[in-house]
Every structure is written in structure tokens, then in C-alpha cells.
Design a protein around this ligand. Sequence first.
Ligand code: IVH
Length: 669
Amino acid sequence: MDREKAKKRIEELRREIEYHNHRYYVLDDPVISDGEYDVLMSELQGLEGRHPGLISPNSPTQRVGAQPLEGFNTISHAVPMLSLANAMTVEEVIDFDRRVKKILNTGDVDYVMEVKIDGLAVELVYVNGEFKQGSTRGDGFVGEDITQNLRTIQSIPMRLIQTSDIPLPEHLEVRGEVYMGRKEFQALNKKREETGEPLFANPRNAASGSMRQLDPKITAGRKLNIFCYAPGRVSGIRLETHMEFLDNLKIWGFRINPFIKLCIHIDDIIDYYKYIKHIRDEIPYEIDGTVIKVNRLDYQELLGTVSRSPRWAIAFKFEAQEELTSVEAIEVSVGRTGALTPVAILKPVLIGGVEVSRATLHNEDEIQRKGIMIGDTVMVSRAGDVIPEVVRVVKEKRSGHEKPFSMPGRCPVCGEDVVRPPGEAIRRCVNINCPAQIKGSIEHFASKRAMDIDGLGTKLVEQLVDKKVIRDVSDLYYLKMEDLIGLERMADRSAKNIIDAIEASRRRPFGRFIYGLGIRHVGEHIAGLLAERFGNIHELIEADIEALLRIPEVGPEAANSIVSFFKDMRNRETIDRILAGGVTIEYGPTNKGKLDGTLFLFTGSLKSMSRDEARQKIEDLGGKTTNAISQKVTHLVAGEEAGSKLGKATRLGIKILSEEKFIETILKE
Ligand code: IVH
């Protein structure tokens, strides 16, 4: 292909890939498969490889391509990046509203409410619709040039979408918050814990640490995202309201947070704040409050700024999710993989209305890094459903009576040796017959998302193992009523219930069975993929590393762990005994669940979770999802601003669920 033709085709491919990036990363509504996307991408890479002169920094192929920097340059913000004044109480918000109305000399002011995302503020600069540079907030006047790291965030458009009705500004500065979702944060820390790297204290630090990497390849691997929420300098376009600005951002291709509400009355503000607080733990990223902004931009200008905060906006924050308390002791617990985890036993303290008396200390390196001693006064944080954590020590409060802690050289449960493999931060008990490991693995096997043996909880497993009634999971399938009666709090009726629950677990889908085995690095998702790929348990047992690595999401860690799990004869024997005990693994395309046979379609945006999460939930329950409307669709979930699919679904007589109804459906297990 000659250069001119190549140039034309490159442009076509870039436009097409940009369109699909927007559908996937911004709208969460892809219209092509990953395979089809890869085909477009490799054609573009091929052409650019043959015509390197045609590569531009904003090409979709360049998102992770940049070379590491020596250091960051600085960038001045044309309009200072201010911070927000805080309100903690309704009275303070009422005062804010009163002040605004007094200055404007009117009783008629609309506000826009948004969530306050707990991440890192950044500024993105676009010239004639092309991404030029991006920076951190810094001191508000001068920030650091993190352009190449921002390029790695796929939901940041490199070129803006041009439509006929809304012109593109010649110069556009957009501010937003780069953040890391809670799940992504936990996965990152888990990985770091295993490799002995220091942990990030919270998703905000993880996002900010990731954005300040000199090597953009590291940033690219960090699963960051962005919500855009404010203008900087904008020229070549006239705007009247903040809401209009947000609507335009959406049209130009930016990712906007779905929790936005126009509030006319102070009661609306308070109601929305309460609503957001109520659903806070269900939102997949951390927020620390709401932001109230005057909607009219001319009013914003009139109100102006005092002491580095605008007078037209205020953060209406949630109470801190952190409190001070003291460490009364440090205990070491042993998990099902033999990992020793130090746990701080705290003087009980209420954090955000929940009593906290234990907090994880992760591992010995973390204890050292934070300098935690027994008797210390510490700041403890709790967020969402995450295990509470000791954030830092208040060293000024030390009396001199604090005691240092060191990890035991022997397993606190069985007394055997513990080892700390090179390069890992975790000590493990080497005894695979350690009662703690046995108990943990039985509990995991019986858990709801694995074999789902109702009633077989911690207390019962503890007794069964301590009394040597069972030695591993396979023994469950040989249990008789007599074995149970006589255990603590075990009357005939409860024994019968347990036996019935075990009986009911004799038929389970392949994916759940694999997950139940508790293979390291094999969570529910990977277990599901293995079940899809391999015809039966015997094929999986025989699978080699190469076959496992052919599954796109299975990495070398998981592949190695799977192979060594099945190489161990004891594990094979356990599986044989489970099967001989009358367990039938259900193979087949669908995981039989309560949504078996259903086909879900989404329209509009969901408030409480991303589409990916919603899809995952449906698949976990045996249902399927699609992007296209057809007679085969059984349920349509209509989120906010539902699109044309809603009308079509009504005509086809498809069952339509609101977001609330959908959540009810998936929770009612
Ligand atoms: S508006 C003049 N909107 O909060 C204020 N900020 O203390 C312009 N933030 O630095 C910011 N979510 O990092 C705004 N929806 C939101 C926000 C938000 C989080 C952060 C941002 C800013 C800080 C202000």
C-alpha cells in the first residue's frame, strides 16, 4: 500500500477504534467483540509499523508506548485549580445556600449535586479537539506534566467527538478525578502483598502513586479510570450552566459520573445527600461526600473566590471513616493457604456507625513500615465492605510502655515451621495437615459461592476437625447422622439439616466445584473460565501450562498454581474420594443457577454498579447477556436515560426491570 493510501486507512482505523473505545470504556456498552477489536488494532499497528512517519502521539496504538521519563516537567494552570470548602452538617449547607442567595440577591438559585470522588485531581488540555497535555493539580497553580500517563487511561479521549449541533471549543481544559475502583485496589494490594511490595493505604494513594510513575507502562497496568467534572479555561464556545457543560462533555466523549442531580430546593439537596450516603457502599469506587455547585455559570462568576475556594461550591462530606483507638494485642491467624496474617486487636471503636475491634495488619513488612507496637494509639479506617485497616501510628501519644511485635517462627495453630518464600512478604505454615488450613479449606469448599452447603459454618467445621470426624473436604460426603449428633448445639433436627444440605450439594456446576477446591490464584472468575474451556475435571487435571495460558485471562501465576495443585497426589485423591462419595459435577455451557435460561440486555446507565459488574452477576447466577435486542432477550434492565431499546423491548413483550427490581432479582438468591 502506498503512503497516501496507508494514511487514509490509518485515519479510518483510528476513527473506528476511537469509536469502539468510547463505546467500551466510557459508555460501558460495546458493540463489537474483543476479537473484532483486536483485528482492527493489529491492522493499525501493522500499518504504523510500515509507515512510522505516520505515527501520532494520539493514535490508539500509542496509549502504552511512551518511553520512561527522567522526571516530570511542570505545567502552570491557566485557571488555578481550587479546593472546596467543606460542610459537615445540614446547618452548614443551609448557611452556604443563604450566603449564595444573599450575595446574588435572589431567592432563585439552582444547584447541581455530584459525588465527591476520592482520587487525584487532574487537568486535561485539548486544542482543536486533540488531547495536548495533562497535569496534576500540584499546589493549585503549578502541577506536574503527566501527559503520557494520562494517555494510558482508555476512557480519556485522545480526540473529541464532533457533532453537528455542538461545536468543539478551540481550547478546552477539563478537570476530573483519576481514581482506582475498590476491587482493582484490593487486587493490586493482594498482588503486592504476595510479592513483598509495600501496600497502598487506600485507593486514593494507589491512584496517585500510579499517576506519578515515570514509566507509563506501570501506569498502564494499574486499571485506573476518570470522571470529568469541571472546566478550566475554555474558549470558542458559550455556555450558560454547569449542567450544560457536563452534557457537552458527555457528547464530546468524556466519562461523566452518573450520580448527578439538579436540585432546586434545599430539601432536594439533603435528600440526595442521604440517598448517596445510603448507597455509598454499593458504589464500586470510594467517595467521601457530595459536591454542591451553583448551576448558572454567570452566578458562579459573580460569586467568585475567597481564600482559594470558590464561593459557588461546597463539599458536603460524610463523617470520617477513620477513628483513633489503641492496639491491645496482635494476634496471628492462619488462613486456608497457610498464610500467617497479623491482626490488631483493638479497643472497640465506632467508625461510621459500625463497631470495629479488629484490623488487619497484612504482614510483618507492613507492621514494620508503619512502625506499629502493641499499646500504640493508631488511626483505623473502614471503607465499604473492606476489612478495617490500621492506617498509621500516632507516635506522639506513646508512653514508652509499648511493646514491639515479631512474627512467630512456628505456626500458632499446629506448631510446625513457617517459611517465608524469597520475594514474598507472607510467612506460611508448611504443614498441609495444619488444622487451620484444613478448617479454612473446608469452609471455603462449603461456602455459598462454591458448593453452597448451608449451615456448615466456622463453628461446626472447627468441631468436626478438632474431634477428627473429618480430615478433608471429601469426608463431608461420607458423614452420617451419628457423626453429628453429640456435637455441641447439635440436636437431631440440625444434624438432619446439615445432612440434607450436604446431599443437596452433590450436584454442582463445574465452575463452582473448581472454585471450591481453593487453588491459589483461582477465584470465581478464573474458575468459571476453566470450566468453560475444559470439558471435564479429568481434562483440567491433565492440562499443561501452555493449555492454561491460552485462556486470555489466565496468567503464569495462576497457570503454575493450577498445574502444581493437580500434580499433588493428595489433591487428586481428595477429588477421587469426593466423586466416589456421590458428587456429580454438572458440565455444560451454562452454570445452572437461578437465572439459568435467561438472556439479559441493558439500556441506559446503572447507578449502583457498572455494566461489567452487572453482567458478571448475571453470569454468576447462570444467566447470559447480550448487546443486541432480539426476541431471544428475556429481560431488559432499564437504567437512567434508557435508550431506544426500551421501546423495542416493550413492543416485543420483553420483561422490563428497573435498576431497583434488577438488584432485587440478583440479590434474592
Ligand atoms: S469540583 C473549585 N467536583 O475535590 C473546585 N471536585 O477540594 C473544583 N473532587 O481538588 C472541583 N469530586 O480533587 C469537584 N465532583 C467533583 C469532585 C471534586 C472530587 C475533588 C477534586 C478537588 C477537590 C476539591
